[in-house]
Design a protein around this ligand. Structure first.
Ligand SMILES: [Zn+2]
Length: 294
C-alpha cells in the first residue's frame, strides 16, 4: 500500500517536474505510513525502499536550491569566477568578497554550486535551512556538525551561534557542565554548620558528624542504614550540642531530599537548613569527607 501510494506521489512529482521544481508544494495523502518518508529526520531510520523514495523527493529540494542559486546574481558571479578565475579581491562586491577566502574550495558538482561537499545555500533559502539545522534544539555543537556535512553560506557559523544562544530550549537541553558549588565559608559561631557523611568500616556502618567551627568530629555506629536511623542519632547529638543552622551532606539515600524522607521531615521539624552536594564535588563537604578518609 505504502509502495503504491508513494510511487504514485513521486511519479506525479516527476511527471509535473516542470511545474513543481523551485516551488514549495504540498503532497496530500490520507495514508499515515507515507508520512515518515517526509518527516523522518535521519535517513538511516527508514527502510532502504523508503530511503529511495525519499531521495527521489529530495531531488526536488536540490533542484530548488540549484534554481535559486542560478537566480541569485552574487552566486551567478561566484560560479563564473570559480570556472574562469577570480579577479583581485578589491574588484569584488562586498557580498562576493565573503566567498573570496574559501574560493579554492568552491566549484560546481551535479549542477549545484558547492563549497567542498557542502551545498552553498542561496540567500532566500538560508532562513529555512537554518531552522531545519536548529530543529530538535540540540545546541551549538550538534547544529554546527549538522551544517558542516551538508550546507554552507558566508557567516553560517555566526548565524547558528546567534540562533542557539538566544534559544531557551537549546539552553534548557544543554548538559550541565558544572553543578553549583556551595561555598564553605568558615562559620561565625559554634554549632552553626555541621557536615555529615556515612562510611563503612570493618563490617559496620558509621555516621560521622563534623563541626565546622571547632573541627570536632563525632562518630556513631549505625545499626541500620535507614534515614530514620540517621535521624535518631542526630537527635541524640543535637540534644547534646544544640541544633545547627545548616547541615551539609551528600545526596545518599539517607539524606536525599524528598517529601517522604525522614531526614527532610526532621530538618523542617527542628528547623535547620539541609544542603546536599553532589558526590562529584566532595569539596563542598570537604570536612566530613576528609574526616571519613582519616
Ligand atoms: Zn533551540
Amino acid at each position: 500500500m505504502v509502495r503504491s501510494l508513494s510511487t504514485s506521489s513521486i511519479m506525479a512529482c516527476e511527471r509535473f517536474k516542470d511545474f513543481v521544481v523551485g516551488k514549495t508544494f504540498l503532497i496530500e495523502t490520507d495514508h499515515k505510513s507515507l508520512v515518515p518518508i517526509f518527516t523522518t529526520k535521519d535517513l538511516n531510520d527508514l527502510t532502504p525502499r523508503l530511503q529511495r523514495y525519499r531521495m527521489r523527493i529530495l531531488e526536488f529540494s536540490l533542484a530548488k536550491i540549484a534554481l535559486n542559486q542560478k537566480l541569485e546574481p552574487t552566486l551567478q558571479n561566484v560560479a563564473f569566477y570559480s570556472k574562469n578565475g577570480w579577479p583581485a579581491k578589491c574588484q569584488l562586491s562586498p557580498l562576493e568578497c565573503s566567498f573570496y577566502d574559501v574560493r579554492d574550495e568552491i566549484g560546481e558538482g551535479n549542477g549545484l554550486l558547492m563549497r567542498g561537499r557542502r551545498v552553498i545555500i542561496p540567500s532566500n533559502m538560508r532562513k529555512d535551512v537554518l531552522n531545519r539545522i536548529h530543529a530538535g534544539h540540540q545546541g551549538i555543537t550538534k547544529c554546527r556538525a549538522r551544517a558542516k556535512d551538508h550546507v554552507w553560506w558566508p557567516g553560517i557559523g555566526q548565524e547558528i551561534q546567534d540562533i542557539v544562544k538566544t534559544c531557551e530550549k537549546c539552553i534548557e537541553n544543554q548538559p550541565l557542565k558544572h553543578e553549583p558549588l556551595i561555598p564553605n565559608d568558615f562559620p561565625e559561631r559554634p554549632w552553626q554548620k555541621v557536615g555529615m557523611d556515612l562510611f563503612h568500616y570493618e563490617g559496620s556502618e558509621y555516621l560521622v558528624v563534623v563541626h565546622y567551627f571547632s573541627r570536632f568530629i563525632g562518630v556513631v555506629r549505625l545499626t541500620k542504614l535507614s534515614s530514620e536511623a540517621v535521624v535518631d542519632h542526630c537527635k541524640a547529638i543535637f540534644a547534646r550540642h544544640g541544633i545547627p543552622d545548616i547541615v551539609i551532606s551528600d545526596n545518599g539515600p539517607q539524606f536525599r531530599p524528598s517529601t517522604t524522607s525522614a531526614f527532610t521531615k526532621f530538618a523542617s521539624e527542628v528547623g535547620f537548613r539541609h544542603i546536599t552536594y553532589s558526590p562529584k564535588h566532595p569539596q563542598s563537604n570537604c570536612q566530613a569527607e576528609a574526616a571519613v578518609k582519616m
